[in-house]
Ligand binder design. Structure first.
Ligand code: OOG
Ligand code: NI
Length: 492
């Protein structure tokens, strides 16, 4: 991938609102909507805000690190959501919708291995400036009806899906306009946000009757959730906390019941990847189409459904493939030890992860994580007076550079599966998900999406490289001749 892909797409085209601004507006509108729909979400947001403020006041190094890497401003607005759609066309149009807000598909996640008949990607901004502006992400799953064995049920579900349109006509028009004009003006952007909200809104009237709902539900709860409604209601919105253990511990006092374990790595001095916890889905009243509709319209029958839940997360260092392999290995080791009855999950997790270095210097030196390089004060001072060239290690050794962790912007399939499961509110056996669906199919996912998903490692490596190149260029400014050996000082 060329670095061009990482250029911010936020540059204002005359008369048009930037994609970044539309994303900010949309993320805020979603949050306001979800606060109304799910009051516990509002409670959780307040709690996270309190704990982040305390943490920043107590941990000077952390707040300085965030400040330095443009991570502070985005924090209070940072969140991700999740939706699930039923057809290739829905996914295809969603990709275009998210593109209007500068969000692109990154990574392929196969949830079938966890007994969930979907595969997924995450739409998010990818360029550094865009991420610091607002890193809003949406984890988006596509149902894999082909994995359902019962042909009658499959056909019935397909028919329902084919008959619905999850996008308003106005929204479809605005997406097209944004594509042809390369953006939207202020008025259209505001309409776009309002119309897009309709796609993500909760609908308490189902588009199926209770009987079909039940059959879908018996096959897999998630299928019922995807097929039975007018749209792919946002099923959670997740704020980012700087101390997930503190939030977890404080939840009960605010009347929120978290699940027992935090998914992901254990608590560490240098957080890596992603830690998440959630509270259970709400049991909500829905109206099903009654079997006997009258001539004047549909009759409705009351029923219930669980879809929406709450989640919080703590994000840390993005790992290289080497770091990720170590993470996967230690997690698998923990699970194997739990299975063989060696102890409880949390204790064994902490024990296993002792093998994962826990200082940024060590993580960097061993090539386990991605870092953003910048000139420290001394580096800046020298850059102003003398031309310098050198290797990364040389410049670090003579003390001209600082490095800060690049934050992980993506998701962990194993955690995602855990989150799905907890939202399903039951053990595998109870959900009928004891079937393990085989074979990931990235190519069919990309065909539906109408684009390739981007590789997350490539993106992080490019961010790291760009930060290093910027340092080298700045240091070489005074040398007159960038990097040809005629510099006045060399740090090899
Ligand atoms: C998405 C679950 C994945 C996460 O944070 O890992 C997710 C879903 O339940 O639709 O959001
Ligand atoms: Ni989530």
């Amino acid at each position: 991938m060329s670095n061009d892909n990482l250029q911010s797409k936020s540059g204002p085209v005359s008369g048009l609102v930037s994609a970044n601004e539309i994303r900010v507006q949309f993320s805020r509108a979603m949050s306001a909507m979800y606060r109304e729909e799910v009051p516990a979400y509002g409670e959780l947001m307040d709690l996270v805000e309190d704990i982040n403020a305390t943490r920043l006041a107590d941990d000077v190094a952390l707040s300085e690190q965030l400040e330095h890497s443009n991570g502070l401003a985005r924090l209070s607005e940072e969140r991700h959501g999740a939706i699930r759609v039923g057809t290739a066309e829905e996914l295809f149009t969603l990709r275009r919708l998210f593109a209007v807000m500068g969000m692109e598909p990154v990574s392929y996640y196969d949830l079938a291995v966890a007994g969930i008949p979907v595969h997924s990607t995450a739409f998010r901004p990818i360029a550094e400036d865009d991420l610091s502006h607002n890193p809003f992400r949406v984890f988006t799953s596509l149902l894999r009806l082909e994995l359902i064995a019962d042909a009658d049920l499959r056909d019935a579900a397909q028919k329902v899906l084919d008959a619905r349109d999850i996008f308003t006509p106005a929204l479809r028009n605005l997406i097209e306009r944004a594509e042809t004009q390369n953006g939207l003006d202020a008025e259209d952007a505001a309409r776009f946000v309002t119309e897009a909200l309709e796609t993500f809104r909760w609908h308490s009237k189902a588009i199926v009757d209770q009987e079909l709902y039940q059959r879908l539900h018996d096959e897999h709860r998630l299928i019922a959730d995807i097929v039975s409604f007018h749209g792919p209601h946002i099923n959670h919105l997740t704020p980012r906390t700087l101390d997930i253990d503190a939030v977890q511990a404080a939840m009960p006092a605010r009347g929120i019941n978290p699940k027992e374990v935090v998914e992901g790595p254990p608590r560490r001095d240098c957080p890596i990847l992603l830690r998440q916890t959630s509270f259970k889905a709400l049991e909500e009243k829905v109206l099903f189409k009654a079997a006997s509709g009258s001539a004047t319209g549909v009759n409705w029958a009351e029923g219930s459904h669980t879809a929406r839940f709450g989640e919080i997360e703590q994000r840390g260092l993005a790992l290289t493939p080497k770091g990720r392999a170590l993470y996967d290995q230690l997690l698998e080791q923990t699970r194997a030890r739990v299975r063989s009855g060696e102890g409880d999950y949390e204790t064994l997790l902490v024990e296993s992860f002792k093998a994962f270095p826990d200082s940024y210097a060590e993580l960097r030196a061993q090539g386990l994580g991605y870092f953003r390089y910048s000139l420290n004060e001394r580096g800046e001072e020298l850059a102003r007076s003398v031309g310098i060239s050198g290797t990364l290690e040389g410049l670090l050794e003579v003390g001209l550079l600082r490095f800060d962790p690049i934050v992980y912007e993506d998701f962990l399939p194993v955690s995602a599966a855990g989150i799905f499961q907890s939202n399903l509110g039951a053990n595998l056996g109870e959900t009928g998900a004891d079937v393990v669906y085989a074979n990931p199919s990235q190519s069919s996912f990309e065909a539906a999406l109408g684009a390739k998903v981007q590789d997350e490692f490539t993106l992080y490596a490019a961010l790291e490289q760009a930060s290093l190149q910027a340092c080298l260029a700045r240091l070489a400014e005074k040398s007159g001749d960038k990097g040809s050996g005629e510099n006045k000082a060399v740090a090899a």
